[in-house]
Design a protein around this ligand. Structure first.
Ligand code: RUB
Length: 315
């Protein structure tokens, strides 16, 4: 039995049920839950406080195995708390609150930069194909629209849970010319696109080899886009990089309930359903990652991160 309080339990359940979706939202809501949890911590000593924080972090991390943004954010908060010499529990609570505020300020700065760089990749009156619902891609497209580029956006439905409809609704309400297509229409859409029209997708994880992990179906789109000669960009902050992949760990792909595809009471008995939530797009099919550091091809990304953040094996 895990000894976590209500804020963490609720956020965990919301992530599991996809009431919270998208890597950014999963990380941001978990950061808030951790801050609330620690504010309500009954611990009387530094030791008890840190122990409770460790448990909450490890429980929240388990809500989504394929989510370095979540893991990196929580791990960073925990490390900062552990590194502080503070022994007073009230001061520790304030510190965690401050860490959460800084996380949000930084996330916003990152997204604004990505929107700026990504917006410039949209030629005037371009057709743009997107997949699923990425809050980062939404910002890029809104920036392109605000800058007068007036894109026409094709959104896939993104079966089985139709997050593409969230994107389509959000863009249409923003005044962007938007068309919803079924996932299997991707090849048809790509053949209608001009050579300089881009595909934009988000990212759940980036590996040391520059591979991209994102919503299931991304790899199909990327493979077809490459074949068709259309550029595919993944819009993502560098905090989606999974440092563990540098040391040989592979990113776990979450497999979700069969009921999302076909409800148990409606589907034939003995029929198996496979429902992976994400897939891996090889670096060779990604033109570049649109990050807060700039538009960076997969082959250069790791070198850049290494230089900037001094990645080191923590064992
Ligand atoms: C969402 C998805 C998004 C990434 C990036 O999947 O794959 O492309 O999470 O989103 P799900 P963001 O709906 O299953 O969470 O840019 O918001 O981090």
């Amino acid at each position: 039995m895990v000894a976590v309080l209500k804020p963490v339990l609720k956020t965990y359940a919301d992530i599991k049920a996809l009431r919270i979706q998208g890597a950014e939202a999963v990380a941001a809501k978990s950061v808030n839950a951790l801050a609330q949890e620690m504010l309500a911590s009954p611990a009387k000593t530094r030791k008890g406080f840190v122990k409770g924080m460790r448990e909450a972090v490890s429980f929240l991390k388990s809500s989504r195995p394929t989510e370095p943004a979540l893991r990196n954010a929580l791990r960073f908060m925990l490390l900062r708390t552990m590194e502080s010499r503070e022994t007073d529990v009230v001061a520790l609570k304030q510190l965690v609150g401050q860490e959460a505020r800084e996380y949000h300020e930084n996330a916003l700065r990152t997204k604004l930069r990505i929107a700026e760089y990504g917006g410039r990749l949209v030629p005037k009156a371009a057709s743009v194909l997107i997949h699923c619902h990425s809050s980062t891609v939404m910002r890029v497209l809104k920036k392109a629209q605000d800058d007068g580029r007036k894109p026409h956006v094709f959104c896939t439905e993104s079966r089985p849970l139709y997050q593409g409809r969230i994107s389509a609704k959000e863009l249409a309400e923003y005044g962007i010319d938007t068309t919803l297509v079924v996932d299997s229409a991707v090849s048809t859409v790509l053949h209608r696109m001009r050579d300089d029209d881009p595909v934009f997708v988000g990212a759940d994880a980036i590996t040391a080899e520059g591979d991209l992990i994102n919503k299931i179906g991304t790899c199909n789109i990327a493979t077809l886009a490459k074949e068709r000669g259309v550029r595919l960009y993944s819009c993502t902050g560098t905090h989606k990089f999974d440092p563990l992949t540098l040391w040989g760990e592979s990113e776990k792909i979450e497999e979700r309930s069969a009921d999302e595809v076909w409800k148990k009471k409606e589907r034939p008995r003995r029929l198996r359903v496979l429902n992976p939530a994400f897939d891996i797009t090889p670096a060779s099919c990604v033109t570049a990652f649109v990050t807060e550091l700039g538009v960076v091809p997969p082959s250069s990304l790791i070198g850049l991160l290494w230089k900037r953040f001094g990645l080191e094996d923590e064992g």
